[in-house]
Write a protein that binds this ligand. Sequence first.
Ligand SMILES: Cc1cc2nc3c(=O)[nH]c(=O)nc-3n(C[C@H](O)[C@H](O)[C@H](O)COP(=O)(O)OP(=O)(O)OC[C@H]3O[C@@H](n4cnc5c(N)ncnc54)[C@H](O)[C@@H]3O)c2cc1C
Ligand SMILES: NC(=O)c1ccc[n+]([C@@H]2O[C@H](COP(=O)([O-])OP(=O)(O)OC[C@H]3O[C@@H](n4cnc5c(N)ncnc54)[C@H](O)[C@@H]3O)[C@@H](O)[C@H]2O)c1
Length: 505
Amino acid sequence: MKQYDIIVVGTGGANIVVDAAQKKGLKIAQIEKGKFGGTCLNRGCIPTKVMVTAANAVQEVEEFKKIGINVSEATMDWNTISKRVWHVIDENKDIFKYYDAFDNVDVYRGAASFVSDKVMKVHLNDGGESEEITAPIIILGTGGHSNIPNVPGLQEAGFLSSESLFGDKYPEKPYKSLAVLGAGPIGAEFSHVFASAGTDVTIIQHNVRLVPKEDEEVSAHLLENYRARGINVVLNQDTVEIRQENGLKVVVTKDRTTGEITETKVEEILVAAGIRPTVQELHLENTGITTWKNGWIKTNEFLETSVDGIYALGDVNGEPAFRHRANYEADIIAHNLFYATSEKDYRWARYDTLPKVTFSYPEIGSVGLTEAEAIKAGYNVGVGKNYYSATAKGYAMGINPGDVNDGFVKIVVDKDTNYILGMHVVGPQASILFQPYVNLMNSGVTPLTAINEDIASEQTKRLRAQGLTRNMDPRSVITVGETMSPHPSLIEVIMWTQVYYEHRW
Ligand SMILES: Cc1cc2nc3c(=O)[nH]c(=O)nc-3n(C[C@H](O)[C@H](O)[C@H](O)COP(=O)(O)OP(=O)(O)OC[C@H]3O[C@@H](n4cnc5c(N)ncnc54)[C@H](O)[C@@H]3O)c2cc1C
Ligand SMILES: NC(=O)c1ccc[n+]([C@@H]2O[C@H](COP(=O)([O-])OP(=O)(O)OC[C@H]3O[C@@H](n4cnc5c(N)ncnc54)[C@H](O)[C@@H]3O)[C@@H](O)[C@H]2O)c1
């Protein structure tokens, strides 16, 4: 059996832990069954944002005439956009070479599985099995994958997911028509991209709202904008069947309230119906690691699992799926394991200040509670709302009151304390506008707050009992570094100066 100091499974956010351990000179096993860099770099955030940026430009040109600029209609050059998408994906091949070059990192290309709590083996991609490996610390960052609903006829008709779209089903040209099943961030973003490319897009959404995790007013504004630009949106639907007819796919849906049947005939179907944890190959049943009902690995505020020394970060632990959240958690693990000066210097995760962005058009940025969530949580809720058109800059941008693209900012406040509970922006540059509130909400003397109290090593029990606090001084560059900022957004240009200042990992 080969002995390591640390085993890291998955090369998305978990690479931050590898970087830190590598610099400490530890003996590391790094295991990846797929493309290095994980979902975000290869089939998530980055390739989609290359597309979204082009789609945004198409929409912005539509608005130019309002500010006195005459240009002919903008169209997407799919070949150039596709080349840029694949360039950024192909670049990630070098990530493997980067880690493979370190003497203290053994890179295994294959699927890791547990033999017992601290013993793993790897089913190598080129066949065969590695010898058993062990380490006192194991990091699981195995991510998630598309949830494919069990709809009769879907498999037979064929469909896209974000994985196959950025894989063997990448379209050579935009589809003539596309049904998007699901309208969370993935559905909202791809609908914007393909509609901007000239595709006739129909969104078929199970929920009564687009982006239902956002504030209701934000969802309503997005719906109004999508419908105004010709995107067909059918809400509150159960997809009952997919048929094939004359070379097209017919999506048969049923209104969940009225029972009314709708048939949507399209060239292609894109499934964007949420994600599931990638735990299947891990064989968690050989360990004491506990999971939620759907397989998400249960973790606490230190990202510990129910087995001492095994941590899980990113999508696989079931907290909201964002790359900056995976990075934040990896950073916390690396800090506590390798850099904390004492237990008093330990960091822990909190998710109430997690920034979320949907790169739809209009863009959405939010942090904290929606108005409805704050009311449900029992706060004495106050709300403030301001429109882009109410500002001089909004006027300069050609945004007038009542315009469909007159976005807004909504703040949700606890009236008893005047504390900010949530901030929601929908409109131009939403992804950067709300960051000051993320920083403010994440600052102050912050008490350790337990997450999943039943997950507790002896050390965690002790730290919880001590009533640990961390001074998140808003003036400190360290606080900036310990505050999440949405990825990939321009605010990172500012936020990541902290990393260069600290020269950590
Ligand atoms: C289309 C799309 C767009 C998105 N856009 C954004 C965005 O704009 N902003 C944002 O913040 N988030 C976005 N996300 C979400 C973001 O991509 C994820 O939250 C993030 O990548 C999760 O990182 P992770 O480290 O948890 O896992 P991943 O990046 O998924 O990495 C997990 C890795 O583990 C490997 N693996 C799994 N099991 C094993 C095993 N047994 N052995 C070895 N290796 C294994 C996988 O191959 C994978 O490479 C998007 C997601 C999608 C699908
Ligand atoms: N900009 C970003 O940061 C970004 C972009 C894309 C994805 N992500 C992350 O990736 C994860 C997955 O995204 P997502 O949009 O798939 O997930 P999601 O869970 O947020 O949304 C899925 C939507 O699909 C709907 N749905 C479920 N089953 C359906 C069905 N059978 N037919 C029609 N609709 C159905 C649900 O009502 C839900 O609104 C999210 O957690 C998100 O945070 C982030």
